[in-house]
Design a protein around this ligand. Structure first.
Ligand SMILES: [Zn+2]
Length: 273
């Protein structure tokens, strides 16, 4: 071992991979210690023994050599669960890609921890096992929605679905939200959750605020609170699944764009100083 080089062993899920140079691969990993980017040298050579263990979505145990000046280098790899079903099936694969991309976009390098790793591991296990036969979209969509709620909570953007996040005369409204009413409620990503019917009426014109049906709020709440084994048993009408998917797309995009804008602003600020 040369000066400064240190080996460590970690479990990891490969959330992204791209080719590098002639024969190498750069891997983005979800590990119990956080998000890491490493390089697997020679992984694209037919003779590589590591290659078969370093597939996208696989859960792997690897030995990595720390590199102070560049990416850490994968020295050994052994697939613990290859999650082959996620690569052999277009539908499952699309959901798996969504799950891993969301992690990649919300979690910065060296951030995250064991809870996010467990979430990723369990979500990909479920995705591998769900029967895609009879009612394909319902269970897969509910799993994606449950994953979003848990991911957001772990990265500090947990949406509030229990009480109104609206503002009344400079104060938080805070009214408990009912999922039984008939009037439309609101979704306000900027304020981090749902609005009661009155606050929605008052702020419907504000950019970013969108209507949310009481039934959709009920489903979002279930996605946040119920274990997936119970959630998947719910019978959810397709229109409601679509509404909730749109609402979450709106919420997620808002927070990702805010992040990107903040990052851009910070970079500009640094240049100006
Ligand atoms: Zn309110």
């Amino acid at each position: 071992m040369t000066g400064g080089e240190r080996l460590y062993t970690t479990e990891a899920i490969i959330v992204r991979r791209r080719d590098q140079g002639e024969a190498d691969r750069v891997l983005t990993l979800c590990t119990p210690q956080g998000k890491r980017v490493v390089i697997a040298k020679g992984a694209r050579k037919p003779s590589s023994r590591k290659a078969g263990h370093l597939e996208l979505f696989a859960r792997v145990r690897m030995v990595v050599a720390r590199s102070p000046s560049s990416w850490d280098v994968v020295s050994q790899a052994e697939a613990l669960d290859p999650h082959a079903a996620l690569r052999g099936d277009l539908v499952r694969g699309t959901y798996a890609r969504y799950v891993t991309e969301l992690y990649d976009r919300f979690v910065a390098e060296d951030e995250g921890g064991p809870a996010l790793f467990d979430l990723m591991s369990r979500t990909l296990d479920y995705l591998s096992q769900i029967e895609v036969g009879e009612s394909p979209s319902s269970a897969l969509d509910l799993l994606a929605r449950a994953y979003e709620q848990r991911l957001l909570a772990l990265v500090g953007f947990r949406p509030e679905w229990g009480r109104c996040m609206g503002e009344r005369e400079g104060h938080l409204c805070g009214r408990p939200l009912s999922v039984r009413g008939r009037n439309p409620l609101g979704l306000d990503p900027e304020r981090g959750g749902a609005l009661c019917a009155e606050c929605f009426q008052a702020s419907a014109a504000r950019p970013g605020v969108m209507p949310l049906s009481p039934a959709a709020l009920g489903l979002l709440r279930a996605c946040q609170r119920l274990p997936f084994a119970r959630l998947r048993e719910l019978r959810v009408p397709p229109a409601l699944l679509t509404e909730v998917e749109r609402a979450m797309h709106h919420y997620l995009t808002y927070h990702l764009e805010q992040d990107i804008r903040t990052g851009t602003f910070l970079r500009r600020l640094r240049r100006a100083l």
